[in-house]
Write a protein that binds this ligand. Structure first.
Ligand code: AMP
Ligand code: ZN
Length: 481
């Protein structure tokens, strides 16, 4: 089932391309990681669910995967250009805490979300501040030919590399509009690779460099860690679609400078062969934000009684390149779908896993494989999994093997889940499960005795405590908080 050639959409060429590894048998992937100045919102986590699906697919295809995700603990400004403050410095000042404590706290919070969403750990979490020396060396290597110094720092001159901004396409209109002008820049799109600490100021995070005390520009870290840990060119670079506009074009320009490479008609000159971007999770009101409206953290979903994997399911139901609109109803529907699947899987749990290659499953395994090989089409792959679960009159062990095989790619962890696990208690619930069950027994007795007044009263009083009684629920759920 893994024979279909894997095709992935390369943002650099805007085309579907067959995955042909740089190093035979291997897959080397770099994903831009979180800036750990705050909790990730669930939109951020969509980027890592996507990278996880990509990694799982490459493993399933038999490639020896090396996946790097970085942790940005320096350099990312409140603006994607060169104006604004360092997000980390700003949060540390707001909270009157050290940057290091802030970074540790939010890195751990991010890792908790990673775990809850069944995102596999990468080979390495590379932390930006562990690579300051390497960043300075990298910058030294390209400074003479590609950079110039201003009072505020060392800037990269984008006119010194061929095809600057090709990844963004619309860089002249959309991208540059978002870049703040810094006095003395040669081109609007030039960007800082080293930001000097202004005279008379001290920053919590600053290092000595040939260009004075300061901190690296945000784009530098990913070029450096990608090169150090995976080597140029590596296979795939991922990130959210916003990175297609500024962060990745700038990374690419640095990589071209570092390699002394020519233009981008040859994709490997960019430092990677394929650049992949997940589209955004949006709210009905527009862009997802950590500061305005309801801060959609994974923990909020859990507090409201939604299992984290319902969110993973929600992500899988959309293609990663499509925008996905978040709604509580949508999340509820994803949870119901997951429950149905988990209930069907529960019936297979006692069977010993057999061999999946049985003629009855061949077309569905084929459908699944074709979907995943078609630029990670998880919505169709999910349907194939459900259809496989519905196949009748087959050995349970064979079915189990088929589902395990598919789930290894989709990462729902179906055999580790039970119906009960999916029922989370909303944080503001005041009634316990035992109390609910006891009330429902009383209600059943009243109904048997045809005492509908009592039975209705019980239903109503449960309703006041936030419990919905569900008579005849197809999933066998009697109540919901
Ligand atoms: P940040 O912590 O801001 O650097 O973002 C972490 C990752 O989340 C990056 O790959 C972003 O491109 C991605 N991202 C940010 N917002 C969203 C969103 N609403 N939906 C999907 N991905 C996002
Ligand atoms: Zn990055």
């Amino acid at each position: 089932m893994t024979d279909t050639p894997l095709k992935l959409f390369n943002s650099l060429t805007r085309e579907l391309e067959e995955f042909i590894p740089v190093h035979p048998g291997e897959a080397r992937v770099y994903s831009c990681g979180p800036t750990v100045y705050n909790y990730p919102h669930i939109g951020n986590m969509r980027a890592y669910v996507f990278a996880d699906i990509l990694g799982r697919t490459l493993s399933w295809k038999g490639y020896d995967l090396t996946h790097i995700i970085n942790i940005t603990d320096v350099g990312h400004l409140t603006d994607d250009g060169d104006a604004g403050e360092d997000k980390m410095e700003k949060m540390a000042a707001q909270k009157a805490q050290s940057i290091w404590d802030i970074a540790q706290h939010y890195t751990e919070a991010y890792w908790a979300d990673v775990k809850a969403l069944n995102i596999r750990e990468p080979a390495k979490w590379s932390v930006a501040t562990d690579y300051i020396d390497e960043m300075i060396d990298f910058a030294k290597g390209i400074a003479d030919k590609h950079c110039y110094e201003l009072d505020s720092g060392l800037y990269f001159d984008v006119s010194t590399v061929a095809d600057y901004g090709r990844l963004a396409r619309a860089v002249t209109e959309e991208g540059e509009g978002r870049i703040d002008t810094v006095e003395g820049k040669r081109n609007a799109a030039d960007f800082a690779i080293w930001r000097k600490t202004p005279a008379g100021e001290t920053r919590q995070m600053e290092w000595d460099s040939p260009w004075g005390k300061g901190a690296p520009g945000w784009h530098l870290e990913c070029s450096v860690m990608g090169e150090k840990l995976l080597g140029f060119p590596f296979d795939i670079h991922t990130g959210g679609i916003d990175h297609r506009e500024i962060h990745h074009p700038n990374e690419i320009a640095q990589n071209q400078a570092f390699c002394g490479c020519g233009g981008l008609d040859e994709a490997t000159h960019s430092g990677a062969k394929i650049w992949m971007h997940n589209n955004f999770l949006v709210e009905r009101s527009g862009k997802m934000s950590k500061s305005s409206g309801e801060f959609l953290r994974l923990q909020l979903l859990v507090d409201k009684g939604y299992h984290p994997l319902a969110y993973r399911m929600m992500c899988l139901q959309a293609h990663y390149r499509s925008e996905l609109e978040f709604s509580w109803e949508g999340l509820g529907a994803a949870l119901t779908r997951l429950k149905r699947i988990v209930m069907a899987v529960e019936r297979l749990k006692d069977a010993a896993s057999g061999a999946p290659d049985h003629p009855k499953f061949a077309p569905l395994r084929e459908k699944f494989a074709a979907a995943m090989a078609d630029d990670l089409n998880t919505p169709i792959a999910l349907v194939a999994l459900e259809e496989a679960l519905a196949v009748k009159k087959v050995d349970a062990g064979v079915k189990r093997a088929v589902i395990e095989e598919m789930d290894a790619v989709l990462g729902l962890g179906l055999f580790d889940l039970s119906r009960g696990d999916l029922r989370l208690r909303p944080r503001d619930a005041t009634i316990t499960e035992e109390e609910i069950e006891a009330e429902l027994i009383r209600r059943k007795e009243a109904r048997v005795a045809k005492d509908f007044t009592t039975s209705d009263a019980i239903r109503e009083s449960l309703g006041e405590k936030g419990v919905e009684v569900m008579d005849g629920d197809p999933l066998g759920w009697d109540w919901k908080l």
